[in-house]
Ligand binder design. Structure first.
Ligand SMILES: [Zn+2]
Length: 482
């Protein structure tokens, strides 16, 4: 977050309040049309099983240079064979040509190998996976990167990364058909590759893959967590040479591919990216580089910001009180609880302050235990998620039905966008949306939880709900999550 000290509330936020008010009508009336619900993920049933290589998977017949017999190479080679099969089928369907297999595949161990490749050595590129256009080569580090991804997130994280690199090979084959030229920015290419990965995962989730199976709950969570892990650091410009996007941007592209198809991915261009990308540098006046502490003073500012924002709802907003997150006559959902009796958000200030510590990127990369800080925005957004319970209760909107958790995440997203303007008392800073995503990936997420602290089960759906609200405003929250 960033404190600007400014005053004044942009009118757009009134739209949120008004749209929240219309929730009542939407919920009591008959609902028609296609609705998102807890019961499905982009039209597929929510499934729970162990995702990964099928026991019945065929033995891939591929020529891979320097390949080993290690588990990570088995997984990687199967992923390449699988994504090749996907494109062999889908490429002609969407683009009217046969798919040409990738010319070279290379496995290397960044801890021991030093192989000349693509104008560098594998020791230089180290822990990485990449596509090299001049050599039409996909390479991966089986020594550090793949085991780290697999051990930390699960096998589908490896499939995600290789699906992405393969996506670059697809994009170079498409060339002008995907708008790719020498001038195409990195971020456009990266967004396309993430989107192609999403289209490929849809195909796996629908059961077409001979090699892999992925559940739409824990399996897709592995994908979300790995996209979060490989996000750019906050404050980078999306115009930078190596920009890959924030976790918010990357999950957007993946979900677009998962929900549409490869043709939509190829249509991602600079204008599209410029219109929605969230990656941007820090404001030069932002002394805290996106971090403010969680304390009495900043929570007072949050209270004021929320009260002003929701004034249009015409119901009394809850008061934030430091009472240990307990509700004497209701359910406590620490570190912040909405207490209906008193119309308060009861918080545990110390716990929120700890949650609000910046993410320890070093610990995240090395897998070392850290204090568990997810950033100031994660802490503030948890409080906001409880505040919107009070507004909805005031408007007679059910805060414990099946969609309540996702609607909450959506409203938090809508609020985030609504305070992102000059003159706002508190304003989101680069990295904040990713801090919300980090929170949404916790099993106990409060941002995507109903009034009783029960979170929506699915990480994919939680992230999508946040984005719905952020991009489309609170009207989308009532429409999509009645
Ligand atoms: Zn890439």
């Amino acid at each position: 977050m960033e404190r600007t000290g400014g005053r004044g509330v942009r009118r757009a936020f009134l739209a949120l309040a008004v749209a929240v008010a219309t929730l009542t009508a939407a919920c009591s009336g008959e609902i028609e049309g296609e609705l998102r619900s807890e019961g499905e993920i982009a039209g597929l049933p929510i499934t729970h099983f162990e995702s990964g290589l099928r026991t019945s998977a065929p033995k891939p017949r591929l020529n891979v240079e320097n390949v080993s017999s290690e588990e990570d190479d088995r997984l990687a080679v199967a992923a390449i064979a699988d994504v090749s099969a996907f494109w062999k089928e889908q490429f002609p369907r969407h683009f009217g040509e046969q798919f040409q297999p990738v010319s070279r595949l290379l496995s290397y161990d960044s801890t021991t190998d030093d192989i000349n490749v693509c104008g560098a050595t594998t020791a230089d590129v180290a822990m990485n996976a990449f596509y090299c256009p001049p050599e039409d080569l996909v390479a991966w580090d089986r020594g550090t990167l793949l085991p780290l991804l697999r051990q930390r997130f699960g096998p589908m994280a490896v499939v995600t990364v290789l699906g992405h690199e393969f996506g670059h090979a697809v994009q170079y084959r498409l060339g002008a058909k995907a708008g790719i030229s020498e001038q195409t920015s990195t971020i456009v290419k990266e967004q396309q590759a993430d989107c192609f990965t999403g289209a490929y995962f849809r195909w796996i989730a629908e059961g077409h893959s001979q090699y892999f199976e992925v559940s739409t709950s824990e399996g897709l969570n592995q994908v979300m967590a790995s996209l979060f892990f490989i996000r750019d650091s906050p404050g980078q410009s999306h115009a930078a040479a190596g920009a890959h996007g924030t976790a918010f941007d990357r999950t957007y592209a993946f979900q677009l591919g998962f929900e549409t198809d490869a043709a939509k991915c190829a249509a991602i261009d600079q204008a599209d990216v410029d219109s929605r990308i969230t990656e941007r540098p820090f404001d030069p006046d932002d002394a805290g580089m996106g971090d403010i502490s969680v304390n009495d003073q900043t929570l007072g500012m949050l209270q004021q910001s929320l009260d002003e924002s929701f004034a249009g709802a015409g119901v009394p907003g809850p008061k934030i009180v430091n009472q240990g997150a307990s509700c004497p006559n209701g359910v406590s959902t620490p570190p912040a609880s909405y207490c209906q009796d008193s119309n308060t958000v009861s918080i545990d200030m110390a716990a929120l302050a700890e949650l609000g510590q910046p993410i320890d990127r070093e610990a995240e990369l090395t897998g070392r235990e850290s204090g568990g800080g997810l950033g100031d925005f994660a802490a503030f957004a948890e409080v906001v998620s409880r505040y919107v319970q009070g507004i909805q209760v005031g408007l007679n909107v059910p805060v414990d039905n099946a969609n309540a958790g996702l609607r909450t995440a959506c409203l938090v997203g809508a609020w985030t966008a609504a305070i992102d303007h000059d003159g706002a008392l508190l304003r989101p800073s680069p990295g904040d949306l990713d801090e919300a995503i980090a929170e949404l990936l916790l099993p106990r997420s409060l941002i995507a939880a109903d009034v009783n602290g029960h979170p929506a089960v699915n990480g994919f759906a939680r992230i999508e709900a946040l984005r719905q609200g952020y991009l489309n405003g609170s009207g989308a929250c009532s429409a999509e999550y009645p």
